[in-house]
Each structure stands twice: as C-alpha cells, then as structure tokens.
Design a protein around this ligand. Structure first.
Ligand SMILES: *[C@@H]1O[C@H](CO)[C@@H](O)[C@H](O)[C@H]1NC(C)=O
Ligand SMILES: *[C@@H]1O[C@H](CO)[C@@H](O)[C@H](O)[C@H]1NC(C)=O
Ligand SMILES: *[C@@H]1O[C@H](CO)[C@@H](O)[C@H](O)[C@H]1NC(C)=O
Ligand SMILES: *[C@@H]1O[C@H](CO)[C@@H](O)[C@H](O)[C@H]1NC(C)=O
Length: 646
C-alpha cells in the first residue's frame, strides 16, 4: 500500500516536460492500465494528466496504440500496429504457409525466429523470398519493429554471407531506413531497436566474405562497400555520397585507410578485407528512438576491419553547415547504446567537414560526428567579462596618465628611468591586449570574417606575450642593477635592449606562429578568435613562453631579494635597496597573478569550462590592470610625492 502511494507520488511529481521522464511515467502507468480493463475507445476528448489509454489498431492491422495524457491532451506513446505477419510475409510466391510441415504457427506467436527458419528453407541462397512483401508493406512502427527483429535473427543465424545475401539484407534494411520512417521509430516500444538494427547490419557485414572483386551495394539509405587489399597497396578509400532525405543535398563521408598503417601491421603477401557501410538517416533514427539529446551531423559510417588495423581516418561532411561551432567525433557504444567520444579523436574541422581518426573494434564499429551542443554564453559571464575588462582598461589609462604627469620628476636616476620605461610599457601592452581581446570577442561569431579574426588573434597573442616579456625585462633590469655593481652600459643601450626584449621576442613568436599554422588552416580555433589547440597546438606558442617567464621571474626575484637582504645587512649605505625590494615584491606578486590569470584562461578554453572558472578568470583579468595601477603608481612614494607637488 505504502509502495503504491510512493509510486503514485513519484509519477505525479515527475516533471513531464522531458521526454525521458514522460516515457518513464508512461511505462509506470502501463502496469496500472493493463491491470484493469483496457479502456479502449476513450482515447479522445479531454483527459486528466498522467492518465493513459489504449486503442486498437485500424482494421487490417494488428497491435495497439497507447496514449498518455499531458496538458489535457492525448499524446501517442507507443504504437505496435503492423501488417506483416508470418502468414503474409512469404505470400508473394503463393507458397502458402499452411502447407509447410513444421511447427504449427498461429498468428499470435509468429515470432521472427520461426520466420528465419522458414527463410533458411525457402530461399537460403539469397534471402530474396521476403523482399517483395517487405517492400510493399507500409512503414508503420509495428512493421519496422518486425523487420528489425527479423534482420536481427537473420544476422544471428547466418555466418556465411555472400554478396547476394548482403544485397537482399540491404534492401530489407533500406526499407525501414527510409527518411520518411524517422518519426515512426519513436513509437516502437523497444527503445533499442535503432541500435539493434545498426548492430545487426554490422554483424551481418562482419561475416561478409569478399572475394577478389570489390563489393559495392548501393541503396538509397544504406550503402555497403567492401574490398581486399594487401601490404603493398598505397592505402584505400571508400567514398560515400548520400541524401539524408528525398529533397536534401548529397552528403559525403569517406573512410581512409593509410598505406603506412598497412605496411606497419600487415605481414607481407597477406591480404585482408575491409567493409564499410554508410547510413544517412540512422543518426536521426537513433536520436528519435533512444531519445538521445544529441544531434548527429554527418553520415553514420560503419567500418569493419581486420583486427591488425588499429585506426582509420574518417572524413564527415557536415549535414548542417550553418554553424561553425565545434563538432565531436564519436563512436556508437554497442553495449550501452549511446554515442561515446572515447573511440575517436578530432583531427581537423572547418565549417564544411570534420576529420576524425577512430579505432574500430567489436565494441565500436560505427562512427559519426555530433553537432556541438549549442553553448549559450551565460549573461552573468558576459557582464563580468565586460565589467572586468572595463575596470582593467580604465585602470591602465589612469596609470599611463599618472606616469605622463610625473615622468620628468621620477626618472632622474638611470635605474628609475628604466624602471618607469618598463612600467609604462607593461601598462601600454596590457591595455592594447585588453582592447584586442574585446575586439576578438566581438569577432568570435559563427559567420565570422576569417581575416579579421586572424588579425585580432595575432594582436591578442602579440600583446599578451609582450606584457610578459616586459615583466621579464623588468626582472632582468633589477638583476642587472643589483648584481652588476659597475654599471658600464650606457642608458640608451640598456633601453634599446629592453625594447628589443619587450617587443622583438613577442613579435618573432607571433609571426612564426601565424606563418607556420595559418597556411594549413591551423591557426584559429573553430569557435573563437584565439589560437587553435585541437589541430595544431598553436596555443603552445603562448603557453610555453608565458610559463617560462613566470618561472624565470620567480627565480630572479628570489635571487634579488636574497642579495639585497645581504647587502642591507652588510652595508647599510646601499642606496636603492628599499626601492629594489619594493620592485622585487611587485614582480613577485604580479608575475604569478598574470600567470595564474592565464592558467584559468586556458582552463576555460581547453576544458569548455565551468561557470566558476570563467568567473575567476574574468575577475583576475580585471585585477591585472587595477593591480598595475595600484602597485606601480599609487603605492610608489616617489610618484605620490610628485603628484602632490603638482
Ligand atoms: C521512401 O518512402 C517514401 C514514402 O513511403 C516513398 O515515397 C519513397 O519512394 C521512399 N524512398 C525510397 C528511396 O525508397
Ligand atoms: C583516395 O583519396 C585520395 C584523395 O583524398 C586520392 O588522391 C586517392 O587517389 C584515393 N585513392 C583511391 C584508391 O581511391
Ligand atoms: C532534408 O534535409 C535537409 C538538409 O539536407 C533539410 O534542410 C530539410 O529540412 C530536410 N527536409 C525534410 C522534408 O526533412
Ligand atoms: C537534454 O537537453 C536539455 C536542454 O536542452 C537538458 O536540460 C538536459 O539535461 C539534457 N539531457 C541529457 C540527458 O543530456
């Protein structure tokens, strides 16, 4: 009793908006309904939520339809109406069922295994004796389920598959893979039927024996190619070109087996075979039947290879090319009936196609690409980022103005002059970097202007690198001031070296990066105006210099602080000790702050990023400018003095 009450509460409280929970509610209700008298005939008019009803199929078909009430209206949940039976499936050749001497079969237990047995007796050569009636049957949910089961038991029973059998099998599968059936798959009670079909076709094709001549069986919604090859072949391609629906455009998919791979794994003179099957509609069918949230955006390609071959490259043309956001290469996990990213790796992507390398196995035989889930950027984040960048830009402008005001007063000694050159350049480069960062974020829209995006990425890369190189310059300057007691170099030479380091090195790195990766379209990432990671690892041209500078600066600052402590203890007349300690501390804080900011920045771009990471990144980002203002100008006693003087 209590259990029933709980069950009831559960059903009642479940949010019925989501299809999955809706269906769960339906299956719970089914038990209640089937316990009572079937209330067929009342599946119309108003209804109370979570009520359900069952209706018989139209005359001439068997099975029933189940409806569930949602928002005062009946919605069909399952449909098992079918016209195909063990009686009529062989009807075409007028060899009636009853004359067959075997287990007596009545209409209700006309299970597909019995049919398969019959098939083996009637047309074992080519399985052709059921094709006519299947092709003439309407593509209603019950028939689809019936054919799926039949194909499943055929593939479980037959181990010697030749081209003729594969042809018939392909025609039967093609009938239910027709794009007009996609919505009907959703009503089949067995949620796994799409997956079962895929698995059956794959295991059937696994037993396909390929002789010398290649196999090419092309139907509209399933296309099989098979061939044999040996070690000496320069590699093989299977190229499929199919329509996802009657009116749609042709979409291509390509399987590439590289010659190098063959040479590596195959012993000489051994021939092996490879079979590949392309399905243009199966992605949508799996989506409709398994209630996966994801959308397949290419052909589904099955690859059946000798075990020795570990990987293949797959090129998927995108069905929907409108958005440039990131696709995912996936394999169908045949045990868990879901798409899984483990089996594949994305090699290259643009708005037209994606290239994946995948490892075919018994577990993962079929592959495709998924449309990236639409990443809607959180409005909070946009706020924080823009406010943060705004604060940073304002702080830097103030900092530069202060420096301009007090420049003459605070740059009287050589070391102070060079130090302020560093501060001004750090502030200026960070300001430019922030500005270009804003520009780049505006350019990171789906239909972006490629060359503008390249330019923005170049400048963001260059200026952020420049910030770090100027910090390095500042640290080295202190090192020079402390460790080299006799200042022998003239001021102009020192200043020139600082500029060479602060702008020259970043320029060289940024130019080499763009020159090396842009010709191969490996400079930009697909979803934003920033350095690519997945394909060319261009981002390393930012990360490695930055991390190196952070380490060098921390070491330098430690050295400097140790040295000045000794100096102040030993010789209290050392004139600039306190100033140097202050600058050292400044660098000691600023370097990790900037490094840390970019650590979080990287986490947000590489990991897809949680909201918290993004927020930390944006906050730190805005603090950079503020910190440079506070520590570099406002807290400097000389600057304050000069300011009050004015
Ligand atoms: C797919 O099904 C529709 C509707 O049943 C039919 O008109 C069409 O000819 C079929 N397409 C193919 C290629 O068999
Ligand atoms: C495979 O495709 C490449 C281009 O992608 C082509 O150059 C080559 O000739 C093809 N090989 C075969 C055997 O079709
Ligand atoms: C057919 O496929 C195209 C994409 O190739 C799609 O835009 C169109 O809406 C589809 N048509 C139907 C009737 O499903
Ligand atoms: C499916 O997508 C919706 C939003 O579109 C999301 O709320 C839900 O969590 C997703 N479900 C699964 C199983 O991913």
């Amino acid at each position: 009793m209590t259990q029933m009450l709980w069950l009831y509460c559960l059903v009642f409280l479940l949010p019925t908006e989501s299809g999955r929970t809706f269906r769960q509610a339906a299956s719970r209700n089914k038990e209640q309904v089937s316990a009572g008298p079937p209330n067929s005939g009342v599946c119309d008019g108003e209804c109370a939520d979570t009520a359900s009803c069952i209706q018989h199929c139209p005359a001439g078909t068997q099975g029933n339809m189940e409806f569930l009430c949602r928002q005062k209206r009946w919605h069909k949940i399952t449909d098992t109406c079918r016209t195909l039976t063990a009686f009529n499936i062989f009807e075409e050749d007028k060899f009636t069922f009853q004359t067959f001497e075997g287990p007596k079969i009545n209409d209700h237990d006309s299970n597909t295994e019995t049919i398969t047995d019959l098939l083996m007796q009637r047309c074992p050569q080519d399985l052709s004796c059921v094709i006519k009636s299947i092709q003439n049957s309407p593509r209603i949910p019950g028939n689809i389920a019936f054919i799926v089961e039949m194909l499943h038991s055929i593939s479980a029973m037959l181990t010697d598959v030749d081209e003729a059998k594969m042809k018939s099998y392909s025609i039967m599968a093609n009938h239910i893979l027709n794009s007009s059936t996609i919505s009907n798959w959703a009503f089949i009670p067995d949620r796994k039927s799409g997956s079962v079909l895929l698995h059956s076709v794959n295991s059937f094709a696994r037993n396909l024996f390929i002789n010398k001549h290649p196999i090419d069986i092309a139907d509209d919604f399933i296309h099989t190619m098979g061939t044999t090859f040996s070690r000496d072949d320069p590699g093989k391609n299977f190229t499929f070109s199919m329509r996802v629906n009657e009116t749609g455009i042709l979409v291509t998919g390509r399987v590439l087996i590289s010659g190098n791979e063959l040479e590596e794994v195959l012993p000489p003179s051994q021939a092996i075979s490879a079979t590949s099957i392309a399905f243009p509609t199966l992605g949508a069918i799996l989506e409709a039947s398994v209630l996966e949230n994801v959308t397949v955006n290419g052909l589904v390609l099955s690859v059946i290879l000798a075990q020795e071959l570990k990987k293949v490259s797959l090129v998927f043309e995108k069905i929907s090319k409108s958005e440039e956001s990131r696709a995912q290469c996936v394999g169908w996990h045949s045990l868990e009936s879901r798409w899984d990213q483990k089996a594949c790796r994305m090699i290259q992507e643009n708005s037209q196609q994606a290239v994946c390398t995948c490892q075919p196995s018994k577990l993962f035989t079929s592959f495709s690409i998924l449309m990236a889930p639409h990443v809607s950027e959180s409005p909070i984040l946009i706020y924080i980022t823009h406010i943060g960048l705004g604060i940073s830009v304002c702080s830097l402008v103030i900092c530069l103005s202060i420096e301009a005001l007090v420049w003459a007063q605070v740059t009287k000694t050589e070391i102070a002059y060079l130090r302020h050159v560093c501060i001004v350049n750090i502030a200026a480069t960070l300001l430019m970097a922030d500005v270009w960062f804003i520009v780049a974020s505006f350019l990171s829209v789906p239909m972006r202007d490629h060359s503008a995006c390249v330019a923005a990425t170049f400048f963001v890369h260059f200026f952020y690198l420049s910030v770090f190189f100027w910090m390095l310059a500042k640290a080295l300057l202190i090192l020079y001031g402390i460790l080299i007691v006799f200042h022998t170099l003239p001021k102009s030479v020192l200043a020139a070296s600082l500029f060479a380091l602060g702008y020259g090195c970043p320029l060289v790195i940024a130019v080499i990066t763009v020159a090396a990766t842009e010709p191969g379209k490996g400079y930009l990432r697909p979803e934003a105006c920033w350095l690519n990671w997945d394909m060319s690892k261009a981002l390393l041209a930012f990360v490695v210099p930055v991390l190196a500078i952070v380490v060098v600066n921390l070491v330098t600052v430690t050295l400097v602080l140790l040295k000045t402590r000794q100096a102040t203890i030993g010789n209290s007349t050392f004139p600039e000790a306190s100033a140097i300690v202050r600058v050292g501390k400044n660098i000691a804080i600023l370097t990790p702050l900037l490094g840390l900011t970019w650590g979080f920045g990287l986490a947000t771009v590489t990991g897809g990023g949680s909201l918290a990471l993004h927020i930390i990144f944006s906050l730190l980002n805005s603090f950079q400018g503020l910190f440079i203002l506070v520590s570099g100008s406002i807290l400097d006693p000389k600057i304050r003095e000069a300011l009050t003087d004015r």
